[in-house]
Structures are given as C-alpha cells and as structure tokens.
Write a protein that binds this ligand. Sequence first.
Ligand SMILES: [Zn+2]
Ligand SMILES: [Zn+2]
Length: 378
Amino acid sequence: MATGTKRDYYDVLEVSRGAEVDEIKKAYRRLAVKYHPDKNPGNPEAEERFKEASEAYAVLSDPEKRARYDRFGHQAIGGEGFTGFDSEVFVDFADILGDLFGLGDLFGTRRRSDPSRPRRGSDLRYTMSITLEEAATGIERKIRVPRLEACGACSGSGVEPGTSPETCPACGGRGQVAFRRGFLTVAQTCTRCGGRGKVVQHPCKACGGRGRVEREVNLEVRIPPGVDSGVRLRLNGEGEAGVLGGRSGDLYVVVAVEPHELFERQGPDLHLVRPISVYQAILGDRTTLKTVLDEEKELEIPAGAQPGQVLRVRGAGMPQLNSRGRGDLYVHLDVKIPTSMSTEEHQLIQRAAELAGDDLAPDEGFLQRLKRKLANEG
Ligand SMILES: [Zn+2]
Ligand SMILES: [Zn+2]
C-alpha cells in the first residue's frame, strides 16, 4: 500500500486532532452512511471514500494505534504490530453500522444479493499449540491449511474456458435499468447481472462456476520468541481466495502455549518450585538451576532460608515479544525435612537440638501471613 499519497486520517474524518472518541465515532458513522457501497452501487469513488474512512476509523478509534499514528504518521501503521484491518475492527464496524445496514461483514464476505460481484475471500483461523520452550525460543513450523483457492481451469473467473460472459439480456449490457416513478426516471442497478452488464451462460465445469476449489496447502509459519497464549499472527492474503477478482482473505494463526511441568508462567515472568535440603536452608548454599532456555544460572540460597521463601533471578524468565527484554524467574523454596537419617546424622542433629533448646517464641508474623493467605484465597 502506498503511503505517500494517503490523506491525513483526521482530514479524512473531518475532525480535529484533539477529537474525542465519541466525536470520531460519530464522524465515521456519518461518512460510512454517506459512502456505503450498498448505497452507492457502481460508484468507485464512494467505495474509495468508504474504505478510506473505515481505515482512518480503525486507527483513530484505537488509542494505541492513534498514539502511534500521531507520533509517526502513516509510516507507523504499515510497520510492526499493525498491518491494517483485523477482525476486531470488523466487529466494531458491525457494532456501529449494524443497525443501519443489517448485521454482517461490510467488506465482502457477507452474502450480497448480487452474486456476480467481486468478493473478498474469508479469513481463516488456525490454532497452533506450542510448548513453553518453543514460545521462549520462537520456532518455524509447517502447517497444512485446507482452503478455497482460485480454480486453475478458469483462473477464478468461473467461466468455462473457450467461452466468455455474454451481454446481459435484461439490461442490454448497460448494467442499469430505468423505471419511472412519478415525474422522475430512476436508474437502478440491474438485478440480473448485478450491474456488470454480463452474465455467465457457460459456467466452468471444474469448479461449477464458483471460481474456487478446495485445496490443502503447506505454509511455513514463523513464531517469534515471547509469544503467549492468545497472540494472533496475521498471514496476509493466506486465507481463502476471493471471488471474481476479489482479494484473498487472511490467515490468523492463534497461539496456544501448553502448560509446563516445571514452570508456571505469569506474563513475562516464570515461577519455579525448587526443593532444597534442610541443611541448605539452615546453612545457605550456592547452587545452580536451568532456565526455560536451558541456560545454567547461579542460585544463591541465603543462610536461614524459610520454607516457601521466594528468590528472584532477574532476567531469567521469558523473552518478551518484540523486545530485547526478559522477565524474571521466581524460585519458590520447598524445604525438605529428611524422613530417615544415619545413626551418626541423628546423633549430630540431637546434639544440635539440645544446644538450641526447644523454646520457639510464638511467631506472630507467621500467623498474620497465614491469615492473609487464607483471606486472599477465600
Ligand atoms: Zn473454474
Ligand atoms: Zn443486466
């Protein structure tokens, strides 16, 4: 998409740069009603204005995209993280315009009364399940996608090779029929040919005139490091083929990260339960642990470590999506009390116990912590 010739989004919607969301919504609604393709059949300029307004609205109604646009202009929008419309935006359009035009997708996948008009192909959704390690390193994976592709026999036209569409008998090829209403002569789009002026008398035998056939394709998908469940990656134009020259839909790969047996993820941070001996807890220890990226990190257990104490290893968590940063690793200490000991060990512990005495003052802090924990869980 050329960005050099694009009009300023605020100019397109005829609002000031400081306009509130409501104002933007109202402005878009007004323009959308005026230029909607259903109201302006066969008027390419209106269609262009409608698309332009829709695009401006998609950006300016989203605080994040709007902020980026305010800072960087159109360049910001072609870049990372935003590649145009997405289906969330479609939902917004439907919300705004649904009561005016009837619910449905305004950008072509809705069934129109006119079957001979170019329609955009459907978007496809593919859920990809990956491990936490794969989410941390990022991966490339081949997937098989069944989808509708343009028919090879008729190149998607739906017309039997060797024949061509014929002049519409209803309108004589003009695409419009005139009728009188009172004093006025009104031109209306021809319903037989949908305004195209031609009708297909010999549909393609390979695809039954639909112009598309079902086929399975192999695609290579690159998953960047740091993805989390629910992240959607858009593969432009890899959805279903459009109809009669309409453009292809997009493929959305939705990531699902499987639970891990050791690590629990919390955004960019990871949590890990680490069993330690009672001696390590009493005396302290310098040991190591493995991160999700299989790096060896030093873990310093302080002398007098308590059961359940949490140690933070900075920068040992998940890589962050689209950034060099990394989350932290929280290590929850699980102090193991030995259940059997050698005689000598037992004697030494007994001796230590005698030296320490058995008077432990009641620990108010522990009780308070317990109460807080129960209250939080309740
Ligand atoms: Zn065909
Ligand atoms: Zn016609």
